[in-house]
Structures are given as C-alpha cells and as structure tokens.
Write a protein that binds this ligand. Structure first.
Ligand SMILES: Cc1ncc(COP(=O)(O)O)c(C=O)c1O
Length: 454
C-alpha cells in the first residue's frame, strides 16, 4: 500500500496534526514520536495501546509518576471545598499548609532563617527571581555560573546557561555573566580526571581574590549540585564544600538550583544535603508542584531587601499545585522515597556498568540517586590523555530510538547530545527497573550493530 493511501494509526494521526500545527521550536516529539492516551505510575499508553516505561517523568517533574492517588485526592479536596483555584499571591489555608510542609522539609538551620517567594510557575522564572534578589541585596551585577549548567530558556536564564546552540540567534544576552569550569570527571576541563575539582576550587578562589581577574565581585554564584541538562554530571562532595566555603568567606550568595534535583531524586530530599552545606538561595520547581506547575525561591532573610512588587507574575497562586505539591512532599517523606531513589539508583548504576563491559560505546556511567547518565562515545576514535573518547551523539540518538521501539522512554542530553539520561519517577519498582535494563541492553546492542553497519 502506498503511504498516501495507507490508513494512519491514531498515534500517527495525532502526530501528523501536531507536526502541522505546532511550532518549529517543539523539541521532545522530534525524538519521542508518541501521542499519549493515558498514563499511570511509570507507565504511559499511547493512542494505539502500546505501553512504555517512562524514564523521563516530565523531565524529572513527576516524582510520584503519573496520576498518583495522593495527587488525585489533593485535587479533589480543593475542588470539593470550593477553594479558589487562582489567587495571585494572596494567601489561603492551602498555601499556608504548603509553606509549612516545605519549611518542615528543609534542614533546620536553613528553615529557621528562610523566606519564600512564589514565582511564575516555571523553573526559569524562579531563577530569574533569584538573580534579581541577589543583585538587589548585594548591589552587585555580576553573576557567576558554570559551564554545562542549565537554568532555563528565558533571556536571563539562557544568559547564565552553558548551552550555546540556542544562543546563536539571540543577541544582547544579559551582560556580566561569567562561566566557570564544572567538575566533570570524564571530560575534565583541566585534563586531569578525578582530581580536577581541586584545580577548579583553586581557580575560583584565585579569580575572586585577584584584583586583575577582570571580574568584579559577583552578586551571586549559581550552581546545580548534579548538572541535569549538562549530562547528569554529579559534582564531587568535597568540591561542593569548597565552593560553599569560598563563597561564604567572601559573602557571595550561593544560589543552588534544585529545579531538577529537588525533592528526593538524588537520594536526599535536597541534593545539597549530600554535601552537608546550606545554600543562601534555593530554587525549586518541577517536583515541588506534585505534577502541576509551581516554582518557589527560598532564601536567607538577610537577602530580603527587594521592594514590594520586585518580582511579580500573574500565575503565582496556583492552589491546586500547592495542594498536590504538599501531598507529594508528604508522601515522599512518609514512604522514604529518597532512600528508595538512592538504592535503586545504585543498583541501576551497577547493572549499567555490567552492560558497559559487554558493549563498546559506553564511556561513562554516572549519577546520584535516580538522576543517571550513560555517556555514549565513539571508541573508533582515539582517547585523550585521561582515557575519554569523543562524544557520539549520533549513536546516542540511535540507542534512544531502539529503546523507544522497545517501550522505554528516556532522554538524550549533555554535550553533543551524547548522554542517555534516566530520570524515572521515584516510585519505579525493582521489576520495572529490571525490565528497563533488559530492554536497554538489547537496544544498545542493536544500535551499535546499526551504527557499525551504517
Ligand atoms: C536545573 C534546572 N534549572 C532550571 C530549569 C528551567 O525550568 P523550566 O523549564 O521550568 O523553566 C530546568 C529545566 O529543565 C533545570 O533542569
């Protein structure tokens, strides 16, 4: 049958409509051609009834997976009580209960001195707020961020993100942003591997104290504890402690972006807890809304020097998201899901390292908790002096497709799109995990064969 006369499946029909009507800037559907009929837990069903195990979870948003009962109950409760669905930043009992829960989830030292700002419901808007907060409080204008960092897609957040391709056509990004090297062991910016983080601390400390560094005292340093979009790169704990010491000694606010790592994903409720440090500013979105859009900035009261209306936005009062966020946070704590994320993450890493030995294209397996990365390399090209081969984004995409065909949804990211990223919901079971690993092993072997024979 020719393509023109062939009957389209329901999936193909919706995808064709999407292709026709949606913006050229759409991204995920290009790599994950799926129209979703329904989803429950870690399983998504497409329009034609095919099931997928979801290891993307709304880019890390769906901590409890899809349509969890506590999320449904929280929504129903708000609806049953005729609580207003939208309140700008006016308060309600739902909002105060959410704030109680968030404060109770923070390390005591930070909670005792923290204030909260509700933002337009995206991670990007909350980062924008954090930048304005520290600029206002310090009177400084310079922001330091890290190569490989991702903080959003607005003008301001793009300016402080490492990713260069979306910047190509955008002129006049926010000036006075400087990028520091991030400790990325496999592609160590100083070419020394595991010890690279000590060079970076020395470099940062020197730079801040050097009156000829060209960089004036910053308003803040923005960091991800595990770089997400940069390729699931966990920062070493000693380096995080050093970064905290260096910034604290110089009174430079440390903004910790936990938009992706937040609420249990890395094996602790907040990823900064692994290093036993406290941020000056903590940015949360994604999981904090318990499936619905929400974002907040929590910060040390002493920075609270901005004026009324300094960061506004209409959609800062989404009561449903506050109710689902609170219910999700409660459930994560009750069920000790951070411990589950830690154990399952360690198991997945060990199994992936086992697979690494049987294939030729895995250069590195890394991550923290359920924020995992598998770096795909071109082993036919020579390794550098620390043994890293060039990134292989083309093969990573092939692996993603082979996984997709086998009913596993995962994302590629990182440098050159060469990192397979796993961000499953925290409720993923051991059985589902083993299913993912079996299908992943088949997929990578099939993709390697295609790549060799291309
Ligand atoms: C660490 C981090 N910060 C900020 C953002 C931006 O969040 P949003 O896409 O909700 O604007 C993201 C999104 O992936 C992120 O991973």
């Amino acid at each position: 049958m020719s393509t023109s006369t062939k009957q389209l499946t329901s999936n193909e029909m919706l995808l064709a409509m999407q292709n026709e009507r949606e913006s050229n800037a759409r991204s995920y559907p290009r790599r994950l051609p799926i129209a979703i009929k329904q989803a429950k837990g870690a399983v998504i069903t497409d329009m034609d009834g095919k099931e997928y195990i979801d290891c993307l979870a709304g880019a890390g948003t769906l901590a409890l997976g899809h349509n969890h009962y506590v999320v449904h109950e929280a929504i129903q409760d708000v609806l049953a009580k005729s609580i207003p669905l939208h309140t700008l930043d006016l308060t309600t009992p739902v909002k105060e209960a959410f704030i109680d829960e968030v404060f109770a989830s923070l390390p005591e030292g930070f909670a005792n001195k923290a204030k909260i700002q509700f933002c337009g419901p995206t991670g990007g808007d909350a980062i924008e707020a954090a930048l304005k907060l520290v600029k206002t409080a310090t009177g400084n204008r310079t922001i330091l961020s890290f190569q490989g960092g991702y903080h959003g897609s607005t003008h301001g957040t793009l300016s402080i993100s490492g990713t260069t391709s979306p910047k190509k056509h955008i002129h006049a990004l926010v000036p006075d942003t400087h990028f520091l090297p991030y400790p990325y062991e496999y592609r160590c910016p100083f070419g020394v591997g595991a010890e690279g983080h000590t060079y970076i601390s020395t470099y940062i400390e020197n730079m801040l104290d050097d009156p000829e560094s060209g960089i004036v005292t910053p308003a803040g340093v923005v960091v991800e504890i595990v770089q997400g979009e940069g390729g699931s790169v966990p920062a070493p704990i000693p380096w995080l402690k050093e970064l905290r010491r260096i910034t604290k000694e110089r009174n430079i606010p440390l903004i910790v972006d936990e938009v992706q790592t937040g609420i249990g994903r890395t094996g602790k409720l907040y990823a900064f807890e692994h290093a036993d440090i406290e941020p000056d500013v903590l940015v949360l979105s994604k999981a904090i809304g318990g499936s619905l859009p929400l974002s907040v900035v929590l910060y040390d009261k002493k920075l609270d020097q901005w004026e009324a209306g300094a960061h506004i936005g209409t959609f800062r009062g989404n009561q449903l998201a506050m109710a689902t966020g609170r219910a999700t946070l409660q459930f994560i704590k009750q069920e000790n899901l951070p411990a589950h994320a830690h154990e399952l993450g360690a198991y997945i890493q060990s199994q992936l390292k086992h697979i690494q030995k049987q294939v030729f294209s895995i250069g590195d397996v890394r991550g923290r908790g359920l924020m995992l990365g598998v770096e795909i390399i071109d082993a036919t090209k020579p390794a550098n002096k620390i043994g890293s081969h060039p990134a292989n984004g083309e093969l990573a995409k092939l692996i993603q497709k082979e996984c997709f065909d086998r009913g596993v949804i995962l994302e590629v990211g990182g440098r050159h799109g060469a990192v397979i990223r796993l961000l499953p919901p925290l409720i993923l079971t051991k059985q589902q995990t083993d299913e993912v690993l079996t299908r992943f092993e088949e997929a990578i072997k099939a993709a390697e064969e295609k790549w060799v024979n291309k």
